[in-house]
Design a protein around this ligand. Sequence first.
Ligand code: PLP
Length: 389
Amino acid sequence: MTNAENTTPGFNTRAIHAGQEPERHTGAVVPPVHFSTTYAQDGIGGLRNGYEYGRGTNPTRDSLQEQLAALEQGTHGLTFGSGLAAEDAIIRAVLRPGDSIVLGNDAYGGTYRLISRIFGDWGVANRPVDMADLDAVRAAVAETGARLVWLETPSNPLMKITDIEAIAAIAHDAGALLVVDNTFASPYLQQPLTLGADIVIHSTTKYIGGHSDVVGGAVVVRDDALAEKIGFLQFAAGGVNGPMDAFLTTRGLKTLGVRMDRHSDNAERIAAWLLERPEVENVLYPGLEGHPGHELAKKQMTRFGGMVSVQFAGGAEAARTVAESTRLFTLAESLGGIESLMNYPSEMTHASVKGTELAVPENLLRLSVGIEEAEDLVADLEQAFAKLA
Ligand SMILES: *Cc1c(COP(=O)(O)O)cnc(C)c1O
């Protein structure tokens, strides 16, 4: 990849070329998808380039892993069958019964469910905390003796921004590792390993795949020992992604940069439009100057991304009416695809945390702003808002 001495190619160049050398035998510019589950040995134990069995290694998965590591500025990428399978491998690699996790009190609902309901039963304690309150984080880490600190920025769906560098320092002072869920920003907008995080996790189902057609997860690290531990779980517990999924994810990743710029353009436009509407009580978008995390987001992100949350003055009823009245924005869970989606978190993505500390306001809608024409998206919202009159 690097031709000149010590020059790292730019993001889009790495996205397109890292792990994507043309195939040796034919010169195929797009490396073929390797479906084979097993590999011929040249005599017993005579593996060709280490390939033995598909759960352990697969060339299509390898090229995705290399591409991801290059984009997050890590040294090792490891991919899984889903974001939650990736999270499960991280936690099992690092923690043992009796250990604790400190996590953001607005973590993804599925992350909280995994940590509280699965790992809770295995004797791993958890302490949700407001990640914006650095003293509270420091105190929680000290009180619990946490070995893992887990944050998400921007957070889902409240779009809170957490200071990655500051939390990394707190974690490291206490001998803990910092995990950053970088799903909302994607590596194009934010690279947590360069800000002191130890482990980055992605649901590649979202912006990285980018086309709402493949579920997957990834872990990226810089530390060899950590990579070995997580890699052992990938192989020995077997939560891997299949070759076709790896291929689709690689293909999506090649256009991440252009997509994220366009998602950001459209989201900025929609956030500005929402801000002017009398039906709206609050717009949660880190690109807005009035957002409490705006300065921090400018510091640690290159742009502000495609996710916008909005709260309605007319309460839950107004939010539900708009959610059920759009035509281009599809009412659906998930996010990060090229098409615009609308989600009512309190009954959809975040139904599992209703009534807990992680519950989401009932007057809130979360928009995953796609890359359609911005005017068409605004017109769609306009006609849906007209139903509120
Ligand atoms: C979707 C999501 C996950 C879980 O990923 P899956 O691919 O659905 O398993 C984790 N974190 C965040 C922020 C997500 O949006």
